[in-house]
Design a protein around this ligand. Structure first.
Ligand SMILES: [Cu+2]
Length: 139
């Protein structure tokens, strides 16, 4: 009940806050983005990876378009770092848990902390057929 009231207040605030039709369409675009993100987080595994999980927080985007190791296992609160050791730009684009994309320019790295348990699938959105990986986060 309390939650409904909060939702109503937010809806009213959104209505009052919209002074132009541009803003209104922007808000509905935001709503759509939010709901597709929810769908992403509840979605089933987008692909299968047979590799045995490796306990590490370091993943390379190595030459010949792949993440190595493909499947890693970390504990809640740990930070995983992806490093691009290839001669091409890559990224880490999450398919489950969130739809964040972390760019990996040549020679650079990106780090992500995992605050909840689960299996987080990702791909390089530039090379999604070859570059796929999974982070298994445990208690
Ligand atoms: Cu790539």
């Amino acid at each position: 009940m309390k939650r409904l009231a909060v939702a109503l207040i937010i809806a009213l605030a959104a209505l009052v806050g919209c002074s132009s039709s541009d803003e209104a369409s922007q808000n509905s675009a935001d709503d759509q983005a939010a709901s597709s993100q929810e769908a992403a987080s509840s979605q089933e595994a987008p692909f299968e990876l047979d590799a045995a999980p490796v306990q590490t927080t370091e993943v390379g985007a190595v030459k010949s378009y792949r993440f190595d190791p493909e499947v890693i296992e970390v504990r809640i609160g740990e930070e995983v770092t992806w490093s691009n050791e290839d001669d091409f730009p890559h990224n880490v684009h999450f398919l489950t848990g969130s739809d964040e994309t972390h760019d990996l320019p040549i020679g650079e790295s990106a780090s992500v902390s995992f605050d909840e348990a689960g299996e987080f699938y990702y791909e390089c959105s530039l090379h999604p057929q070859q570059m796929r990986g999974k982070v298994i986060v445990t208690q």
